[in-house]
Design a protein around this ligand. Structure first.
Ligand code: ADP
Length: 512
């Protein structure tokens, strides 16, 4: 069939429409804020980032300046536009992903925070969280929110601000204060105060949100004496939240995707189906497994959370974290000083043909999931007179894979399903030795993705789907290129032996 001149013109203009439109994703992390621009293939066209300061006013206390976070986020939005020459008229939509649980409280009229942001790592409310357990709230919290009562989640942090900042309680009760996680703080300010909202994934990390009914829960709010009127409206992760103010971006692009960082990463990895899981190997490890429409009640101390809130259905996820993963490599570098760079470790580990019976248990702050033993101590077990630097480096690398194995097996047991493969990202996922060893232990393929910025990409996908930039999840899946697949190849006897060695060492590290 011959094409008419008009057909050709239309095809050409559609082509240039697609080519000239992009999605911007904001990744507001704990140590840095970033802005990236992606095209329709999910390829990063440009990016900019800035570090964010963290303050430790007392032992165990962690704070950040919300104004600095906001100013840095706006600065990188500008920078990425200038760098790429792509300006706001070519941005089809903006997605936001953020460090979760961190709590900001500000004045409705002035927009000024009444206290610093209390960081997710902050332990100042540990006693308050323990008290909730003593008061018998653990089951209610677990049943409604999927979470185990802990200072980590936002709820006790909000209560702390209301109880400790002079005049805060009266202001909150009179409706003068607003609470938000970092997404809400950004949305409110980027829209010039027009939109006060969060999404289901961020809300599910506050310990105030009922993940079954998808609403703020009055009983939980009462438990901590938090006025409901402080809380933002909760929306789907993919949908139009509001337009960026013209003072910040001339053509006022729409914010159309919002998700907490680990959930955005789950989406960026295209873990859309129940049983699909991703593991991020950074300073710590964060694992999420999609459990579909089912909220799994973990028997192993994992938490359940809203995993994906897109397309009119919610998929829940089991989540497990490991406190010390890549940080063990930093410890080798900075404290033991036996390596100069993390990138050396794969070759050093591979220089040995086995672990020589040596295991490193990085219980630097106790053991987390699935052991939950706060008093456990770090341990290096199995040293001999021939042990050397390589022995320790290998044991450190292997410890990331063993710990991930334990959490993933706990997830499989909780969810009653087995993984077919594991998607990975994060700095330490670039270590080929660790990824091969992970595949060997799990006996399933480990998939390294081509895209490095999976978290930001997840936010971009959520925004793009909302405005029709991408049609559906299938189109997104087509962008999902594997960089490398690690197939399991360890023989069964060796796997059994090393796992037994690891679990024996874990037993020795435990406090009881
Ligand atoms: P985060 O987002 O938690 O800051 P990243 O994803 O940037 O972490 O990963 C950084 C962590 O990964 C550091 O703890 C570092 O020691 C570790 N890491 C980076 N590269 C490697 C590597 N090649 N092998 C092992 N660990 C690595």
């Amino acid at each position: 069939m011959a094409l008419s001149f008009n057909d050709l013109k239309l095809a050409d203009s559609m082509y240039s429409y697609a080519k000239s439109r992009y999605i911007m994703a904001l990744d507001c992390g704990t140590t840095s804020v970033r802005a990236i621009i992606v095209d329709e293939y999910g390829c990063i066209v440009a990016q900019a980032s800035r570090p964010v300061k963290t303050m430790y006013p007392k032992p165990g206390w962690v704070e950040q300046d919300p104004t600095e976070i906001l100013a840095s986020q706006i600065a990188v939005m500008m920078e990425v536009q200038f760098k790429s020459g792509i300006h706001s008229d070519s941005i089809a939509a903006i997605g936001i992903t953020n460090q979760r649980e961190t709590c900001v409280v500000w004045d409705r009229d002035s927009g000024q925070p009444i206290y610093n942001a209390i960081g997710w790592q902050c332990r100042r409310t540990a006693d308050r969280a323990d008290q909730l357990v003593k008061d018998g709230y653990a089951d209610t919290i677990r049943t409604k929110t999927g979470l185990t009562p802990d200072a980590y989640f936002s709820a006790t942090k909000i209560a702390w601000i209301l109880d400790n900042v002079s005049g805060a309680r009266e202001l909150a009760e009179s409706g003068q204060l607003m609470f938000g996680t970092i997404d809400t703080w950004l949305i409110f300010n980027l829209t010039g105060g027009m939109v006060f909202a969060t999404d289901y994934t961020n809300a599910s990390r506050t310990m105030l949100f009922n993940i079954h009914t998808l609403e703020w829960d009055d009983e939980l709010l009462e438990m901590l004496n938090i006025p409901r009127r402080m809380l933002p409206e909760v929306r789907w992760s993919s949908g139009e939240f509001g337009r960026v103010s013209g003072e910040i971006m001339t053509h006022m692009p729409v914010i159309a995707g919002v998700a907490g960082d680990q959930q955005a990463s789950l989406f960026g990895h295209c873990c859309f189906e129940p049983g699909e899981a991703k593991n991020t190997y950074g300073t710590g490890c964060f694992m999420l497994m999609n459990t579909g429409s089912e909220v799994v009640d973990s028997k192993n101390g994992l938490v359940s959370t809203v995993g994906i809130a897109e397309g009119g259905t919610v998929s829940y996820a089991l989540e497990g974290s490991i406190f010390h993963a890549g940080s063990v490599i930093q410890w080798l570098r900075d404290k033991l000083q036996i390596i100069t760079n993390a990138s050396e470790t794969a070759d050093i580990a591979r220089s040995l043909s086995s672990n020589e019976g040596c295991y490193l248990i990085p219980a630097f702050s106790g053991l987390g999931a699935p052991w939950w033993d706060a008093a456990a101590g770090g341990l290096i077990f199995g040293l001999t007179s021939t042990s050397n630097r390589a022995t320790l480096v290998r044991a450190a690398c292997e410890s990331m894979a063993y710990q991930s194995y334990d959490v993933l097996k706990a997830m499989e047991a909780d969810a009653g399903r087995t993984l077919d493969s594991l998607s990975v990202d994060g700095g330490a996922s670039r270590n080929e030795f660790i990824m091969q060893f992970q595949a060997d232990l799990l006996e399933i393929p480990v998939d390294q993705t081509e895209a490095v910025e999976t978290t930001a990409l997840g936010a971009a996908y959520l925004a793009g789907l909302a405005v029709g930039y991408w049609e559906d999840r299938e189109e997104i899946r087509q962008n999902h290129d594997l960089a490398r697949r690690f197939e399991p190849r360890m023989d069964a006897a060796t796997r059994k032996r090393v796992l037994a060695g690891w679990h024996d060492a874990v037993d020795r590290a435990r406090s009881r």
